[in-house]
Design a protein around this ligand. Structure first.
Ligand SMILES: Nc1ncnc2c1ncn2[C@@H]1O[C@H](COP(=O)(O)OP(=O)(O)O)[C@@H](O)[C@H]1O
Ligand SMILES: O=c1ccn([C@@H]2O[C@H](COP(=O)(O)O)[C@@H](O)[C@H]2O)c(=O)[nH]1
Length: 213
């Protein structure tokens, strides 16, 4: 059976990871091994090992050119043909790829999450279901400050400077317009229980599992 690819796109800190992880964790037992997995667009940030740290800090990480979308397209094509891939591993602290790769086997359901997935035509054509997380940008900023300080070793100043310089302008230029391609728009963030249940019910139907009572 050909895998079903579900994309979860939307602004940084809108709740994409939490949403995808919750769906994955709540279905993994029912779907079993080979049932469901997650691919992160962030893993496909370009390798910057040839640049100095000062140069890496200057990169616009919210522009489509920051990603190797062609490699992600190629990998999704392979997975669709039930072939395994070696996914890159990205480090937010060093702003580049690590030496390792992750072996990734095709699963029946593949969730792909990231900020610019709906802005790329070739990627869009590979998605069977397109979800957009429409969390207000001020809420995203508050959540990003809290998350990046704890999880990505950032300061309030670095997060807010980056927000003004690239995150907000690129949101208006690329991310918000890409919402028009979505099949389902989710409000409020990664804890929207009804939205989680709707996607889970669709996945159960695709996977031919009995609907939950
Ligand atoms: N509905 C919500 N209520 C409270 N916190 C949330 C909600 N959705 C997401 N978060 C939190 O906001 C932060 C950013 O969410 P995350 O899933 O990492 O966003 P993204 O993957 O879109 O960048 C995380 O700390 C997450 O736990
Ligand atoms: O080296 C990096 C790479 C990315 N970023 C920021 O990450 C977000 C995308 O990740 P989310 O998990 O969706 O928040 C993007 O807005 C980049 O600005 C970074 O700061 N440094």
């Amino acid at each position: 059976m050909k895998p079903t690819i579900i994309t979860i796109a939307g602004p940084s800190a809108s709740g994409k990871t939490l949403f995808a992880q919750t769906i994955h964790d709540e279905l993994i037992e029912e779907l079993g091994e080979g049932g469901i997995s997650i691919i992160y667009e962030d893993a496909y940030y370009r390798d910057q090992s040839h640049l100095s740290m000062e140069e890496r800090v200057e990169t616009n990480y919210d522009h489509p050119d920051a990603f190797e979308h062609d490699l992600l397209t190629e990998h999704l094509e392979k997975l669709t043909n039930n072939e395994p891939i070696q996914s890159p591993v990205y480090c937010y602290k060093t702003h580049t790829r690590t030496a390792e790769t992750n072996a990734f086997a095709p699963t029946k359901i593949i969730l792909v999450e990231g900020i610019l997935l709906l802005s790329n035509k070739k990627l869009r054509e590979q998605f069977d279901i397109k979800v957009y997380m429409d969390t207000p940008l001020d809420i995203c900023l508050i959540r990003r400050i809290k998350r990046d300080i704890v999880e990505r070793q950032r300061s309030v100043e670095s997060v807010t400077n980056q927000y003004l310089e690239t995150v907000r302008p690129m949101y208006h230029q690329y991310i918000e317009p890409s919402k028009a391609w979505a099949d389902i728009v989710v409000t409020r963030g990664g804890k929207n229980r009804m939205a989680i249940e709707v996607i889970k019910a669709k996945i159960r139907q695709i996977s031919q599992l009995p609907p939950q009572k």
